[in-house]
Design a protein around this ligand. Structure first.
Ligand code: 26Q
Length: 826
């Protein structure tokens, strides 16, 4: 007999017995968790029942993973992010645990379908878009690779807003995602940290003659942990995502209570709890709102306290071990205040000497940049910073002082350089540059696709690249094949597995073994049948939701992503209007029937993005109502694009639109998701499109438009959109229709701002310059689509050749090149 373990192992309660079969568990949870009999159960009850059944299987592995990490004491990686765009958990957890088949059958025996039950789950939409979804894919990959990784973020009460279309326009509705409870989270009322704001700094002489900085007269908010399990695929590892929720301190406002101001005390209490109330829905132009800075510091401070609590618990004050045990990744600059917070903790709380603390700090942090767009770079007014975080401003000044001193020593006399790299911008009313703090405080900085990282080195961070040669590297983004192939496209997954086995789900490089099947006629037929079935499902959903009938035989031409001028949804609209005009004037020879599908949210304060949505809807209305169109063109705007709708759209896509102005899209990840699901890409040489082309081969992707270098040269020469307008009759016609109110007869001036942006105001994103090339390339796409067999061949080659874009590969690179962490075996 084996020796009994010190502590009760949860395996004693193992679920792998008859009594705890999925069937029994469903029956039990229906009655004991949902409080229902089968006859009275709603689909939501079945969801709750199923979620708890699957959850039981997570918990064992979760606590064992904690125990295992504790025993083995490996270096851990902490992923700090203001956003985790997780989507639904149920089917993902069931798949990763390998119990999806049993759950499906169990539900079936009870008269339910997994699809209907799954559909009851509200998305965890704690993110805006690419950056937030990347964080969620990374969590999946870290767990799948048995890496001791943990996510830290905010448990927003309201996630990304729900987009409704009312009177042809976007209207934002609050996302009350916790309304029905959340079976995937575990409140940890004892994991509680105080977070301080405001107040001021006073200096005290210390015993040893040095000066101690004390941050006093602060307001304190409590951060309470909520944990969500993150199961790896086909492994025992279940990692943790820890999200912080703001709670008022118990002592809070005792004074007003004593004064009998009951209502006042309650009011103040809610104002502190506002910190975790809502996700900011902007994803480029940043608003310098104080609440956002407080949100950032709130979650950063709680996370750093928690990380150091764990570290000191295991290693007391052996601080030299810190960089050997802790790696912290900053997801963009949003958590960059962590650099100052770490210094605050080491110097003010644990009383380390400044130089030693700084050496440790810079060996712990690494920073990922996700954008070059100047309006997305976070800076905070010094006076606001000083009011909210007075001690941290002092620390930043000191970091900056030593940094600039070093730079001056190495590049003597270059005062312009000092001004450019300073953490404090002195030219725009004194602001703290968070990107500079992140670069100076990190040992490694990375971009998210090869071209983006090159541009970081030559433009945005050129000075830093000179000061810190080798610090800036590339780690190309990826996506998790579990959610973005296996889960969203079971038909294709099964087909692939029937030919090459199922090893590709955990090792996507194996999918290259599919390439020879591009030449197999039977395989091509089956492949296209699956695409057709996926399209059919989307057609039914669109009919159900929007009451529109679309033709499943038409080419599904898809652009789904946040609405942004740089992403150029308007270029797509110009193409749609061009097709419309060609059809109306009878130039339809060789034209391929298309359904052009748009989806995406506009930041609530981004007027041009909202106007673009409105134009898409007006053009759709005009085109779809016109009998002369004769089935050649349909335009759809799918409201409320989110992770769950993405999971339905990608498997049904034929053509993937990735048409940003070259040099503007850091990477893109929708491009990878659609290619993996057998769509062909039409795109510019931007972001990861460039690497997708390298992988799939230039014959299997439609590239058009100016390159980054040509864009720069054209702007340098002096770009004049009128030259293109006057030289191209179809372009002129399309723009004139927008300007003259053709699509907004009841309000002819409605789209004047769009026309003006593209003409008089200089067309910053060069839509007119790329229009002719785009339209021509779209003709090539249409022609190829009519050759179904050749299309299938190329689509299969896309699927077979995008193995590089698994987030498992991305995470392995971070683990090796950035974090220095290794898989932890059981
Ligand atoms: C900052 C300050 C205040 C309020 C909001 C923000 C904010 C929030 C979200 C700024 C930016 C974002 C999100 C950016 C984002 O999603 N970037 C995308 O990241 C992807 C993953 O690397 C890339 O593939 C995309 O190219 C990039 O646009």
């Amino acid at each position: 007999m084996a020796t009994p373990r010190k502590t009760a192992s949860p395996r004693q309660f193992s679920l792998n017995s008859e009594e705890h079969s999925i069937d029994n568990s469903l029956a039990n949870h229906l009655i004991y968790t949902s409080g229902r009999h089968a006859e009275a159960a709603t689909t939501r009850d079945w969801y709750e029942t199923t979620a708890h059944t699957v959850r039981d299987h997570l918990i064992e592995r979760w606590v064992e993973t904690v125990e295992n990490y504790y025993d083995k004491d490996p270096k851990r990686v902490y992923y700090l992010s203001l956003e985790f765009l997780i989507g639904r958990m149920l089917s993902n957890a069931a798949l990763n645990l390998g119990i999806d088949g049993q759950v499906r059958e169990g539900l079936h025996a009870l008269g339910q379908t997994m699809e209907a039950v799954s559909d009851m789950e509200t998305d965890a939409a704690l993110g805006n878009g690419g950056l937030g979804r990347l964080a969620a894919c990374f969590l999946d990959s870290m767990a799948t690779l048995d890496l001791p990784g943990m996510g830290y973020g905010i448990r927003y009460e309201y996630g990304m807003f729900n987009q409704h279309i009312e009177n042809g326009q976007q209207v934002e509705h609050p996302d009350n995602w916790l309304r029905y409870g959340n079976p995937w989270e575990f409140q940890r009322p004892e994991r509680l940290y105080p977070v301080k704001f405001y107040g001021h700094v006073v200096e005290f002489p210390a015993q040893d003659g040095s000066v101690e900085q004390h941050w006093v007269d602060c307001e304190t908010v409590m951060a309470m942990a909520y944990d969500m399990p993150v199961p790896g695929y086909n492994t025992e590892t279940v990692n943790n995502l820890r999200l912080w929720s703001a709670k008022a301190t118990r002592e809070f406002n005792l004074d007003s209570f004593n004064a009998g101001d009951y209502v006042g005390a309650v009011e103040d209490k809610t104002s502190t709890e506002n910190l975790s109330k809502v996700l900011y829905p902007n994803d480029t132009s940043v608003m310098g709102r104080e609440l956002r800075l407080r949100q950032q510091y709130f979650f950063v401070s709680a996370s750093i306290q928690d990380i150091l609590h764990r570290f000191t618990h295991e290693h007391d004050s052996s601080w030299e071990l810190l960089p050997e045990k802790v790696a912290i990744q900053l997801n963009d600059t949003h958590p960059a205040i962590a650099v100052a917070e770490m210094m605050h903790a080491l110097v003010d709380v644990y009383r380390l000497k400044w130089d030693r603390a700084w050496s440790l700090t810079t060996r712990v942090f690494a920073y990922t940049n996700h954008t070059l767009m100047p309006e997305a770079l976070e800076t905070w007014p010094v006076d606001m910073f000083e009011r909210v975080l007075p001690r941290h401003l002092d620390i930043i000044y000191k970091i900056n002082h030593y940094f600039l001193h070093d730079v001056n020593h190495r590049f003597p006399g270059d005062t312009e350089l000092l001004k450019r790299v300073s953490i404090i911008d002195e030219d725009h009313g004194r602001r703290v540059r968070m990107a500079h703090l992140a670069v100076v405080g990190s040992h490694t900085v990375n971009g998210v696709a090869a071209i983006h990282s090159d541009l970081l080195k030559t433009t945005l961070f050129a000075d830093f690249n000179r000061i810190f040669p080798g610090k800036i590297i590339n780690v190309t983004n990826g996506i998790t094949p579990r959610r973005w192939l296996n889960q969203c496209n079971p038909g294709l997954t099964e087909l692939i597995a029937s030919r090459i086995g199922s090893g590709f789900i955990k090792d996507l490089s194996q999918i290259e073994k599919l390439a020879p099947f591009a030449e197999d006629a039977r395989f091509r037929k089956e492949f296209m049948q699956i695409k057709q079935a996926n399209k059919q499902r989307l057609v039914e959903r669109i009919h159900h939701r929007l009451g529109m009938r679309i033709d499943p035989e038409s080419m599904f031409d898809v652009q789904v992503k946040r609405i942004h001028e740089y992403k150029r949804q308007l270029l797509n609209v110009l193409h749609v209007i061009t097709l419309y005009n060609r059809i109306r004037s009878g130039k339809t020879e060789g034209m391929t029937p298309r359904t052009v599908i748009f989806a995406g949210k506009a930041a609530p304060g981004y007027r041009m993005a909202k106007l673009i949505i409105r134009l898409i809807l007006d053009v759709a209305g005009m085109v779809n109502r016109d009998p002369a169109i004769n089935g050649l063109l349909k335009v759809i705007f799918l409201p409320n694009y989110d992770v769950s709708s993405a999971e339905r759209i990608f498997p049904a896509s034929d053509l993937s639109e990735q048409i940003s102005t070259a040099g503007t899209e850091a990477s893109g990840t929708g491009n990878m998701k659609m290619a993996l699901n057998g769509a062909l890409t039409i795109g510019t040489l931007d972001g990861a499109n460039i690497e997708i082309r390298e992988e799939v081969g230039e014959d299997n992707i439609f590239i058009f438009g100016l390159t980054t270098q040509q864009v720069a040269e054209l702007r340098m020469r002096g770009y004049n959109p009128w030259e293109y307008y006057n030289a191209n009759a179809e372009l002129k016609q399309a723009l004139d229709m927008i300007a003259e109110g053709y699509f907004s007869v009841e309000e002819p001036e409605r789209y004047k701002p769009i026309y003006e942006t593209l003409t008089w105001n200089g067309d910053y994103y060069l839509l007119l310059a790329d229009y002719a090339s785009y339209v021509k390339t779209q003709e090539d796409v249409g022609a190829l689509y009519r050759d179904k067999d050749e299309w299938a061949r190329r689509a299969i080659l896309n699927v077979a050749r995008v193995g590089k874009f698994s987030s498992d590969r991305t995470i392995r690179e971070y683990a090796q090149k950035v974090w220095g962490v290794e898989p932890v075996a059981r």
